[in-house]
Design a protein around this ligand. Sequence first.
Ligand code: SF4
Length: 343
Amino acid sequence: MIASRLSVEDGADLYARASLPELGELAFAQRREMHPDGVVTYVIDRNINYTNVCVTGCTFCAFFRFPHETGGYVLPEATIHQKIRETLDIGGTGILIQGGLNPKLGLQYYVDLFSGIREAFPAIHIHGLSAEEIFFIAKISKKSFEEILRTLQSAGLRTLPGGGAEILVEDLRKEVNRSQCGVEDWFEIHRTAHRLGIRSTCTQVIGFEESVEDRLAHLERLRALQEETGGFTAFITWTYQPTGTRRGGRSVGATEYLKHLALCRIFLDNVPHIQSSWPTQGEKIGQLALFFGADDMGSVMIEENVVAAAGTIHTTTEKRLRELIAEAGFIPKKRTHLYEHIE
Ligand code: SF4
């Protein structure tokens, strides 16, 4: 452990006492120490939501359809391949493939899907399936997390997105996330993935009326797993988008987002990269996030359906993303899903 590492109590105290500029200054200093080259990275990829059918019904989600409802879909393989072709055509390197917990799709569906993608597009990086999807596939296949992850890795899965975390504090999580994938399951799936050489991102959604201590307890668990495995490549936090959800309520404002982002950079001192959530915050706040601890602009977002179903989602082009980075005084660099610079 690092001697100066913040505890949950220290973090909560800092958050209460420090102003937005003060927190930004501390986070920026931490970011500069970790990334002194002044580079801000981004990736060109596409979100492919292969199905919106889901048995879960999370209260914050406006994307899913229950199996008995109209409007449910499973994308045909040809459509998925067409989306990948379009991604490659604009210089894309990967896909983020995620969907609902669809009881009609067993392990073999994913094996066929991933091996079909790998065969047709060997260069594309498959970043896919959140912990709750892995949990669900394991449950309906009656196999362990390790068996599922090993099988999917052999079929072409390269890295795991950190989605499905929401707020990793059991009582709060149960209230918003209706899947059976609990906090310990989420961590066990990521721990197992890291052991198998499948690196992952980690995430946090704020705005569920959680306390700062709850947020920090979540971050503390992420930091501890990173200490154990070193498998997280990046952390992404965004704000709950209430439109069209059963939960309703309000969205967290930009000041709170930036303050929280800065606290995350200071607290998560062993997770190398932090993304700006410009798709939920918009270009201006997304750019400002680079002074509050973020060193990565995430994806150009050719397509996004899940958060878009619950509010505004911003998309952009590579040119505009590079402009935003350069205007803020940083050096834009395209990267892979493993955060290697590719130019
Ligand atoms: S967030 Fe995921 S698991 Fe929850 S209802 Fe939406 S699609 Fe289903």
